[in-house]
Design a protein around this ligand. Sequence first.
Ligand SMILES: C[S@@+](CC[C@H](N)C(=O)[O-])C[C@H]1O[C@@H](n2cnc3c(N)ncnc32)[C@H](O)[C@@H]1O
Length: 260
Amino acid sequence: MEQSKTNIKINASKDATIHYKGDVAKLYNKNRTSSLKWKREQKIMEKIISNFSPKSIILDIPVGTGRLIPFYDSRSHKIYGIDISSDMLAETSKATKGTNTDIDLIEGNIEKIPLRDNSVDYVVCMRLFNLIPISTLVIGLKEFCRVSRDRIFIQVRVIEDIGLIKLIAKMLLDSRTHINSLTHQIIILLKKTLNIIKGQSNKGKNEIARENYYLHRKEDIYDVLRDEGFDIVRTIEIDKGMDFRKRLYKPFLIIECKKN
Ligand SMILES: C[S@@+](CC[C@H](N)C(=O)[O-])C[C@H]1O[C@@H](n2cnc3c(N)ncnc32)[C@H](O)[C@@H]1O
């Protein structure tokens, strides 16, 4: 695979490993939980996790602020929540208070997962693969293959060149996503206008949104998964993002894979 062509890098202002600190960690949930995309992901992950065998060992990496904790809190699972950011782990720690979740929170990197070979049944990896280049993603998948025994669930936004007709059809099939993102853009514009009217600067207001963002091609993600020892079981589309100017389809996916 030709690695240099496999991803588009946007907003290379901050490295993902240092971005999730301080206010970014504290405000992480507040800035996201009301979005339609987040709600859909939660609903789908709740269903997926409810089908895990009881007493499973699950690796959630990056565990972030522990968004999936409520879904683990049953069926006697053992969870390893790993993240590179101690501030995000501190938020997860708060989320576990008052729950019965059996969870070990560990500061660690996807490139060198601090767990033994074949030590977990499932790996759950939400919202990381767009923050790392394909070279790191390959290392991460090798690690998933090493530590896991059964299935992995990865979430990633990809790009696909599907042509204009199919793009329009996809858009019509998911009008809710587009109305939602249009509303979001209008709200941001209104907030900025209000700031200008109040004589305040808009500079730095989007700090939280600024981080490395990589868009990988869907076929490259599939190739890497297969190369690293996984069969693709199913792909669920959370939303049907698109870029009409470039005529690119940009779906937000959850991909379920089985170790082969
Ligand atoms: C967008 S958040 C996703 C968190 C959570 N999975 C979710 O869906 O809300 C990205 C997370 O990846 C973590 N992260 C970034 N690079 C990492 C790496 N190389 N290894 C482990 N975690 C990493 C960050 O600290 C942050 O918590």
